[in-house]
Design a protein around this ligand. Structure first.
Ligand SMILES: *Cc1c(COP(=O)(O)O)cnc(C)c1O
Length: 463
């Protein structure tokens, strides 16, 4: 497609500018259930509602921009993972995707465990009543204070990420008069992307200890000799936003091979393996994610088969979905501001938020979709780029999408699938006030993380 052949503005497929879109949707008012939370629907008036409440009322009460979480959907997804993995496996929600005390309580009530990777996440989890033995502590550079905090709290496992950390955690546990349950995080030589995986010989990344050159076997050797540690298993996490199960298959095979080698060398059968998170979700209608029961079945079969071949007892499996649970359950609601048509290119639609509430587009070139939600429209679809209000040209929320061409300032638009890695990665760039997170369920909406205020900003500024 060329950028030059459409002086009258983008209208037809053969003259649109380059971008990450196909044709305009058949119905620009339609809401694809793949990308929208479960209770999101258009009412008779054409307005969109979630949990039975219309977006205009939500914007009126809570302001924009704001994140709205469909609590019914969150609980259903958490339960689906729990049910799919059954009693012989554990599901650890990856708190970094989005964590708040309400989320911790929902997870606890739905029977999930929790991954944390900082003292702050651990404190949030404990303060909301997550039992410490259902918490796993991650990270490639846990501080002495964080390790001490985690061991004193009694976390169920610490995932060891380096040779230095093996010694450090053993030492701290011993000085506290305890033995800490630990897993060792290994890198299996798999680089997983959305629709493919690459087997790599060398691990050029900061996480974990490589299987390839015997490093992981050496880590196990050391951990088994230290009194402060109880080694319960091996951990692997291969990437994120993955749709293809082949990478998990290779990872599981290599982790089981390590378990067999450990059994042969030490006469010890480690009882657990953790296959990490990274399962993909639909950000646009082009994405087709797997259901939790399909993932559980596939992983269970791979591990069972490999263990039978190696004559090992099948270990207890755990998984760590973050995005796959919270991602699809929320949308960000924005008010449309300035609209700037660029002749022959696309129309820039500015919203009252931007890269401070969703950095993923700028950071990962992520794709999102968007819809006009305060009303329907019969107008022709127009090609838009939804941008924020920050002083940065990379401040893009949705690169390419279609909205009705009668879009006007004051309309409400929403970006679905922003539950994961949006509020948790939000910043104060340009002294933006980070938006609230509002949980909606059965006709009731309540703030679970309040909007930041200018007083919050000034409170930190003590100069
Ligand atoms: C980030 C991370 C996860 C969660 O990843 P998602 O893509 O959100 O599922 C799970 N485990 C570990 C160790 C991680 O670093």
């Amino acid at each position: 497609m060329s950028r030059s052949a459409h002086p009258a503005g983008p209208r037809h497929a053969d003259v649109w500018p380059e971008g990450h879109y196909s044709a305009p949707p058949a119905d620009v008012n339609a809401l694809d259930p793949k990308v929208w939370a479960q209770t999101v629907t258009r009412t008779d008036t054409g307005e969109v509602s979630v949990g039975g409440i219309g977006v205009a009322a939500l914007a009126e009460e809570f302001g924009t921009p704001a994140y709205f979480v469909d609590e019914t959907d969150f609980r259903a997804r958490a339960r689906a993972w729990r049910t799919a993995f059954g009693h012989d496996a554990d599901v650890f929600y990856a708190g970094k995707a989005f964590l708040s005390r309400a989320i911790v309580r929902w997870l606890h009530e739905e029977g999930l465990n929790l991954d944390v990777c900082s003292g702050g996440e651990l404190t949030t989890a404990l303060s909301a009543g997550m039992p410490a033995d259902r918490i796993a502590f991650h990270g490639n550079n846990k501080s002495t204070d964080e390790i001490t905090q985690a061991i004193e709290a009694g976390v169920g496992r610490i995932v060891l990420d380096s040779f230095q950390e093996i010694v450090r955690v053993a030492h701290i546990a011993q000085s506290l008069g305890t033995r800490q349950r630990v897993q060792i995080r290994v890198t299996v030589g798999v680089e997983a992307h959305t629709h493919e995986f690459i087997a790599t010989a060398h691990e050029d990344q900061k996480f974990g200890i490589a299987l390839a050159d015997g490093q992981a076997a050496e880590a196990v050797r050391r951990a088994l000799t230290l009194d402060g540690l109880e080694l319960i298993g091996i951990h692997s996490h291969i990437g994120s936003q993955i749709f293809d199960m082949a990478g998990f298959e290779v990872a599981a095979r290599r982790v089981v091979a390590l378990l067999a080698a450990v059994r042969d060398e030490h006469g010890v059968e480690l009882p657990e393996i953790d296959l990490g998170g990274g399962l993909g979700i639909a950000y646009t209608s082009d994405d087709d994610p797997r259901e939790p029961h399909e993932i559980a079945k596939a992983l269970g079969e791979i591990v069972t088969r490999e263990c039978e071949a190696a004559r090992l007892r099948t270990p207890r499996i755990s998984v760590e979905p973050g995005r796959a649970i919270v991602g699809p359950t929320a949308f960000t609601l924005y008010e449309v501001g300035t609209i700037k048509p660029l002749e022959g290119l696309r129309t820039y639609v500015s919203v009252d938020g931007g890269m401070s509430d969703n950095i993923r587009t700028a950071l990962y070139d992520a794709e999102y979709s968007v819809a006009l939600v305060s009303r329907t429209s019969d107008a022709e679809p127009m090609l838009v780029r939804v941008v924020g209000k920050h002083c940065e040209s990379g401040d893009i929320v949705v690169k390419d999408a279609f909205l009705p061409s009668d879009l006007a300032p004051g309309d409400l638009i929403a970006v679905p699938a922003t539950g994961a890695y949006c509020r948790s990665m939000a910043s104060n760039y340009n002294h933006a006030l980070r938006p609230p997170v509002v949980a909606v369920r059965d006709g009731e909406a309540r703030v679970i993380v309040r909007r930041e205020t200018e007083e919050d900003l000034l409170r930190l500024d003590v100069g």
